[in-house]
Design a protein around this ligand. Structure first.
Ligand SMILES: Cc1cc2nc3c(=O)[nH]c(=O)nc-3n(C[C@H](O)[C@H](O)[C@H](O)COP(=O)(O)O)c2cc1C
Length: 162
């Protein structure tokens, strides 16, 4: 049973694909988060943007992990960037469970050139441990595979030393 957990929210599939690749490379457990809100189409897009800007969250749909969250050596959280912030779905998870996590790593997916590294600090506000490893990926960009592999290398290094 893996002691690494990958959790993510994905509206249009980019973060899902990225997190599937990461989970497979690390032999990690993979869990998708959802709040069950209708987030498709332009109305959904608007709701996502407003939720992110106002930091409003809606309770998550139930999901299962094989161990209690505190028992994972590392929890890797994947979120799309919404209006320069983390998605409200991942924010909701962090609000409720952030303090149960022993070690975290963050994966952002985005559309623009900006890396939005300030989001890592926003996410850290909900945990008791500063993140160990991060990556901000632009799906389809030239550097995507390079930075994803660099993230995996740093995760392995962290796991070997801790
Ligand atoms: C409401 C909304 C706001 C977004 N804001 C940003 C943004 O500020 N910067 C950015 O680079 N991409 C932004 N995006 C694009 C997504 O972050 C990007 O397409 C991401 O990879 C989507 O991931 P997903 O397919 O897993 O949902 C936004 C998308 C949505 C829906």
């Amino acid at each position: 049973m893996s002691d690494i957990l990958c959790m993510y929210y994905s509206r249009t599939g980019n973060t899902k694909k990225t997190m599937e690749e990461i989970a497979e490379a690390l032999g990690a457990e993979l869990v998708e988060l959802s709040d069950g809100m209708e987030r498709g189409g332009w109305k959904g897009w608007l709701r996502c943007g407003l939720d992110a800007m106002r930091r409003t969250t809606t309770p998550l749909k139930s999901y299962k992990t094989k161990r209690p969250l505190k028992d994972y050596r590392l929890v890797i959280l994947g979120t799309p960037v919404w209006a320069g912030r983390c998605s409200s779905v991942v924010r909701c998870f962090l609000k409720k469970h952030g303090r149960e996590l022993k070690n975290t790593a963050y994966v952002l997916t985005r559309k623009s050139e900006n890396k939005y590294e300030e989001i890592y600090d926003q996410m850290d506000l909900y945990t008791d441990c500063p993140r160990r490893v991060t990556v901000s990926l632009r799906c389809g960009s030239v550097g995507y595979t390079f930075w994803q592999e660099e993230f995996l290398r740093q995760v392995r290094e962290f796991l070997n030393n801790n």
